[in-house]
Ligand binder design. Structure first.
Ligand code: FES
Length: 322
């Protein structure tokens, strides 16, 4: 059993709710409805699915709630099957294993304005943060960009939160209706001391980073769905599994993770995009072509670890600690 699974807990899927086109929220509770481990706003869990799949999902509910975790899952058109399994195969009453909550996207406790800029399913961590801001009576603003009205999730809940204290403001941007979010304008019209949070697709994060480059880094927070660099799928190298001596050729069009899974190697992964850290694997020999946003620059220069979901090799051979 892997370390991540030994720290897992069992939950029951008690409710599934269509929140928007292609987006379903799932409510998870402990089998006896006892209190779940506490979480902080912006936290996520890993969900261990059948066939060894692991997927990371942000918790969307109020972090003050101890009886349930709520996640929301968007059906991915070309995903590895985690969202498809949840949308079409999972059943109410089913028992699932999840990790303990972890947080890489903390909400800073600050009485000043918090501005949340979200795209698509990126609304989920912000929703949890907004719940906390409302409960604490602190000011917030949400700018929520979606493709269309039908793809806008949690609308009623957001509008209800906006009403509750009179300290929040929700603004929707629907690109199908020509309502594009102008990131530069949003940032320049936001008070200089506001904390800025962004969660959404790659392009939105890139625009956010560019628009906030002159702000103090302590006020700028974002969570990516995918690493900034393209995954290395050029192939043409070999990985060697140190413990068994198995040699696996990584062909063009495949990631190291693809090649490992196709050869029956049990590797943990979640985001498949180089951001969560789940697939970190030790490197004993060779030079990885690092494409992730998880390892630090020093770790990348050290070449002692590789994120196999997205990185490749600059040497003809990588010996992995597997
Ligand atoms: S699976 Fe998330 S970084 Fe590789």
């Amino acid at each position: 059993m892997s370390l991540s699974h030994s720290l897992s807990l069992e939950v029951v899927l008690v409710q599934a709710r269509l929140e928007a086109q292609g987006i379903v929220s799932y409510e998870l509770r402990a089998p006896g409805n006892e209190a779940l481990p506490a979480f902080t706003a912006g936290a996520h869990i890993d969900l261990y699915l059948p066939d060894g799949m692991t997927r990371s999902y942000s918790l969307a509910n109020d972090p003050g709630e101890r009886q349930r975790y709520v996640i929301a899952v968007q059906l991915a058109e070309q995903g590895r099957g985690g969202s498809a399994w949840l949308h079409s195969t999972s059943r109410i009453g089913e028992r699932l294993r999840i990790s303990l909550p972890r947080n890489d996207f903390e909400l800073v406790q600050d009485p000043g304005l918090a501005v949340f800029i979200c795209g698509g399913i990126g609304i989920t961590p912000a929703l949890s943060m907004i719940h906390l801001r409302v409960r604490q009576g602190l000011p917030w603003r949400l700018l929520y960009a979606v493709r269309s009205h039908e793809r806008c999730a949690f609308v009623e809940e957001l509008l209800d939160l906006e009403q509750r204290q009179g300290l929040g403001q929700v603004q929707f941007f629907r690109s199908d209706d020509d309502e594009r979010l102008d990131m530069q304008r949003v940032i320049t019209t936001t008070p200089a001391d506001a904390h800025l949070y962004c969660c959404g697709p790659q392009r939105m994060i890139n625009e956010f980073i560019a628009a906030t480059s002159s702000r103090p880094p302590t006020l700028v927070h974002y969570e990516r769905f995918a690493a900034a660099s393209e995954a290395a799928t050029g192939g043409g190298f070999e990985v060697v599994l140190q413990r068994s001596g198995t040699r696996i050729s990584v062909e063009a069009g495949k990631s190291i993770l693809d090649a490992l899974l196709e050869n029956g190697v049990d590797v943990q992964y979640a985001c498949s995009n180089g951001v969560c850290g789940t697939c970190r694997t030790g490197v004993l020999e060779g030079v990885p072509d690092h494409r992730d946003d998880y390892l630090t620059d020093d770790e990348k220069r050290g070449n002692t670890a590789v994120m196999v979901c997205c990185s490749g090799a600059l040497s003809p051979r990588l010996v992995l600690d597997l």
